[in-house]
Design a protein around this ligand. Structure first.
Ligand code: ADP
Ligand code: MG
Length: 341
């Protein structure tokens, strides 16, 4: 069955993520924070992506910052539609869009239901592509990592994104078993935000919490190469006086421990559910960690220590899904079995 035509020039791929939306064609990709700024009065779009991110916490009274995605899925349909429209306009030359999109491939979590997938298809309809296909994100991530998913052995992929962690076993191009939890990178930010409020009486925004995570976040206090402590200046919420605190990785590892444990348990559950025929392959091939949340310092080492199996960290964890979809756009004939409508 030939589902892709021969023209390849105007094919686009969209990884609509909780935190980042990556748009790609066959040879380049562009990532945008999944955010929009809307007018409160009539919901007209004022900013999108990076520009909206820079406005977080600083918008005037007549504007609001909206995160259209939640837990890996569309939470606000209209703002998702507007966001995608603006991002496509930013990412592709106008002439390409006007001459018509041939094939559009978009990722969706495996842990999505038909209603959620329909919302995605409806949001993509505006592009009037000749053909629109969906692909499960963990499958695309496996392709992006460079795994041969057509083999009959088992491949174990853990995609820790912003809103959702999916742990899957893949064999013969399909998902054999699966665990998903609504704990991922953004939960780490919330843990940090709550801790700083409770422990130091300082209110910080989600941007700052993410900065703390990236600078001194860790999954374990025992790091071989610990980062330098991070100084944070915030406002005391009781008296409004500026206050400086110093955070180190040990403290943040403690704060994140519960959420990391939940991710670890989901991974263990997926391993336990894996058919015995594939378990040996997985113990030999190891776990492939991807998604931006997997970049948390010491996470790989913590999982190795706990599970005693090899763990491979994807060096380009923030764009594995988009890279996988680019492979599909380049060699559609080889990957048509992983696409669906
Ligand atoms: P999604 O597909 O859900 O949009 P991504 O795979 O783009 O998610 O990952 C986004 C998450 O990765 C965010 O929570 C972000 O804070 C986190 N992240 C990005 N870089 C790092 C890093 N160096 N250390 C820890 N977390 C990171
Ligand atoms: Mg993702």
């Amino acid at each position: 069955m030939q589902i892709f035509g021969l023209r390849k020039g105007n094919d686009i791929a969209i990884d609509l993520g909780n935190s980042n939306t990556v748009l790609a064609n066959i040879d380049r990709s562009l990532s945008h924070p999944s955010l929009v700024v809307l007018s409160k009065k009539d919901n007209t779009l004022k900013a999108v992506g990076t520009q909206a991110f820079e406005m977080l916490g600083k918008v005037q009274e007549n504007l609001k910052v909206v995160k259209p995605m939640k837990e890996g899925l569309i939470a606000d349909f209209n703002s998702t539609k507007e966001m995608l429209k603006a991002m496509v306009a930013l990412s592709y030359p106008k002439s390409n869009i006007l001459s018509g999109i041939d094939h559009l491939v978009a990722g969706v979590p495996f842990a999505s239901n038909e209603v959620e997938r329909r919302a995605l298809r409806d949001a993509l309809e505006q592009f009037k592509a000749s053909k629109t296909f969906l692909i499960y994100e963990p499958i695309a991530a496996a392709l992006g990592i460079g795994l041969d998913i057509t083999e009959p052995d088992g491949k174990f992929v853990v995609d820790i994104g912003g809103g959702i962690t999916e742990a899957v076993v893949i064999s013969l191009s399909g998902i054999v078993n699966h665990q998903a939890i609504r704990v991922a990178g953004e939960r780490f930010d919330e843990d940090i935000l709550l801790h700083i409020k409770k422990e130091y009486n300082i209110d910080i925004g989600s941007n700052m919490a993410e900065q703390v995570k990236i600078r001194v976040g860790a999954a374990t206090g025992q790091l071989d190469d610990p980062p330098p402590p991070f100084d944070l200046v915030g406002k005391d919420c009781l008296n409004g006086i500026p206050k400086r605190i110093t955070l180190d990785h040990g403290e943040i590892a403690h704060v994140l421990d519960r959420s990391v444990l939940q991710i670890e348990q989901a991974i263990i559950q997926a391993l336990e559910d894996c058919p015995p025929e594939l378990a040996g392959d997985i113990y030999a091939n190891g776990i492939h960690l991807t998604g931006g949340g997997s970049l948390l310092r010491g996470l790989k080492e913590r999982i190795v220590e706990k599970l005693r199996i090899p763990v491979h960290q994807d060096a380009e964890a923030l764009c594995s899904v988009a890279r996988g979809m680019m492979r599909v756009l380049r060699e559609p004939g080889q990957f048509q079995t992983v696409l669906f409508k």
